[in-house]
Design a protein around this ligand. Structure first.
Ligand code: SAH
Length: 381
């Protein structure tokens, strides 16, 4: 097993007769060595290891201690501040809680279970989230309708486990964002782009910015604060465009002197039809093109096509932020797709930065699959 937190079903010689999905099981090697305690589930990943300490009990104290560790780390990293109330508190295997995601927005925690074991532990986890000293969590919204294995037939309802009142405005580096965990994608906001948005702010001064796939307008608001000459936000979803407009108004009540405009249009159509040289700073942050391994080839073609359009159309001396959040696509594969896109345009392109997810999305070194966000900042002549 070599410390990797998953046990695949093919590696299991025998299971106790009474085992049920979501149970805590003890994993024993063929030579009788104790390997760990974990959550059992039916499927190719059969056990997700929670602890390799034979003395530990997987009970309320266990979850409380793991959550306290996770919170201590976010605090130590300087992510919990009056001007920064949005952060990921639990990043699954990266916080030794496989199958669990928790994002915090002010006094609300949004929790997602990816395993039946975490689903069954949800009430204890929610109560312990509210008991975390100094975290100020008063509401816990459980949002696992689309994340739990469908075949487990757990029929989870998206709902509050604790509280229900929410202010729904969170702060990221001093900028305000409406976060709609009830209707928004994932937990309502993409906290994973925080550091990359700061970098965009740094490069925005005097530039004409295109934020493609804007969703809630995170990059747009940072670009405005960074002194961009103009910012255009594009998303195919009309809901996303109105969220972006709302977040711009929240931070710049006078719409930053009319510097911002948002459009509900398809990315490929917009990029294909726009004039060359209209923007000198561009963000391409599409949804995951490959949701599973079988879709990698098509996804890479999609990344190549998208980036070729971006590289072709950006002004000379332009800076392009390009991302892939597909876990199934490796850093090398993504880089190769962008390389092919650059070669296709024939322009001179250099890599300025190589980006990833921020520190509140830590990667357990024995679980490299936890690294999913990849980005490149390109300088295009
Ligand atoms: N950059 C955002 C997150 C992007 S999520 C942030 O920092 O928060 C991906 C977004 O792409 C979604 O809002 C989705 O509506 C949009 N999208 C999906 N397909 C699209 C397409 N073909 N054209 C434009 N937008 C698209």
């Amino acid at each position: 097993m070599r410390f990797h937190p998953w046990v695949f079903s093919g590696a299991i010689a025998s299971l106790p007769d009474s085992v049920e999905e979501g149970d805590v099981v003890e994993v024993i090697a063929s030579d009788g060595r104790f390997l760990g305690y974990g959550h059992y589930q039916i499927g190719s990943i059969a056990v997700r290891i929670l602890s390799s300490d034979p003395e530990v009990k997987i009970d309320r104290e266990f979850y409380a201690a793991r959550l306290a560790d996770a919170f201590r780390m976010r605090r130590a990293l300087g992510l919990v501040r009056p001007d920064n109330t949005a952060f990921r508190l639990v990043h699954g295997e990266g916080d030794f809680l496989p199958g669990l995601i928790v994002d915090v927005y002010g006094d609300t925690a949004v929790m997602q279970a990816h395993s039946p074991g975490m689903h069954f532990a949800r009430n204890i986890i929610a109560q312990e989230l509210c008991a975390l000293p100094g975290a100020g969590i008063a509401n816990v919204y459980y949002k696992s309708e689309t994340t739990l294995p469908y075949k487990a037939e757990l029929d989870p309802q998206n709902d509050y486990i604790v509280g229900g009142f929410h202010t729904n405005v969170a702060l990221e580096n001093g900028l305000k964002f409406h976060v709609d965990w009830l209707k928004g994608q994932k937990t309502g906001f993409f906290v994973d782009q925080r550091d990359n948005r700061s970098l965009l702010e740094h490069y925005s001064k005097g530039r004409r910015v295109l934020n493609m796939f804007c969703y809630t307008g995170g990059f747009s608001v940072y670009a405005l604060r960074g002194g961009a000459e103009l910012v255009h936000s594009v998303d195919s979803s009309a809901k996303a465009v109105s969220l972006t407009d709302a977040n711009v108004s929240l931070n710049f009540p006078d719409n930053a002197d009319g510097r911002h405009k948002a459009f509900a249009l398809d990315a490929f159509k917009y990029l294909g039809e726009m004039k060359k040289g209209e923007y000198d700073l561009m963000v391409l942050d599409p949804p995951a093109f490959a949701k599973h391994r079988g879709a990698i080839r098509n996804a890479l073609r999609g990344y190549q096509r998208l980036n070729a359009l971006g590289i072709e159309k950006i002004a000379p001396g332009g800076i392009l932020f390009t991302f892939s959040c597909s876990q199934a696509v490796s850093r090398e594969q993504f880089r190769l797709a962008v390389f092919s896109a650059a070669a296709q345009t024939g322009r001179r392109v250099r890599i300025l930065h190589q980006l990833t997810q921020p520190a509140d999305h830590p990667v357990n070194i024995y679980h490299p699959e936890g690294e999913y966000l990849k980005g490149l900042i390109l300088y295009v002549e």
